[in-house]
Design a protein around this ligand. Structure first.
Ligand code: AMP
Ligand code: ZN
Length: 136
């Protein structure tokens, strides 16, 4: 299903032009227009899923194969030193466009980006507690 109010539905299905670097029946991969680094790309399914929680199993399994393929393309064509795969769900997690997408962010030595978190120091008991909540 497509969402007529969704900009990524329109881009993925070619109704709005984009800088496409890969396309198949199910996905379009475009250059992010506010890139963290040179070659920052977004994997967009052509169907509308708001986020990972809505994504179909079929699209989920295909998406990682596209990620692998396009990552190899970026590695081959740009002189990258590394690559981050980022995927945000919900405003709290930094999602600004409510159409599932995966960021492929090429990394270059001294590129000035910091795609990291601050590690916390839970006790062993706290880890067990959260494990049991999740498993319960
Ligand atoms: P997120 O914060 O994970 O929802 O990521 C949304 C990303 O989409 C941001 O990195 C934006 O720069 C990018 N973006 C938003 N609109 C467009 C657009 N029209 N074309 C290309 N990238 C876009
Ligand atoms: Zn959409």
């Amino acid at each position: 299903m497509k969402d007529s109010n969704c900009i990524f539905c329109k881009i993925a299905n070619g109704e709005i032009p984009s800088n496409t670097i890969y396309e198949d029946d199910d996905f379009r991969v475009i250059l992010d227009n506010g890139p963290a680094t040179k070659g920052h790309a977004l994997i967009l399914p052509k169907e509308h899923y708001a986020d990972l929680f809505e994504l179909s199993d079929e699209a989920a399994s295909k998406a990682l194969i596209v990620a692998k393929k396009v990552s190899a393309q970026l590695k081959d064509k740009l002189n990258i030193d590394g690559l981050n795969v980022v995927q945000n769900n919900g405003e709290t997690a930094g999602q600004t466009v409510k159409h599932f997408h995966i960021h492929l962010i090429p990394r270059y030595k001294n590129d000035g980006q910091h795609i990291l978190w601050n590690p916390t120091e839970p006790s062993a008991e706290e880890l067990v507690q959260i494990r049991d909540i999740i498993n319960g």
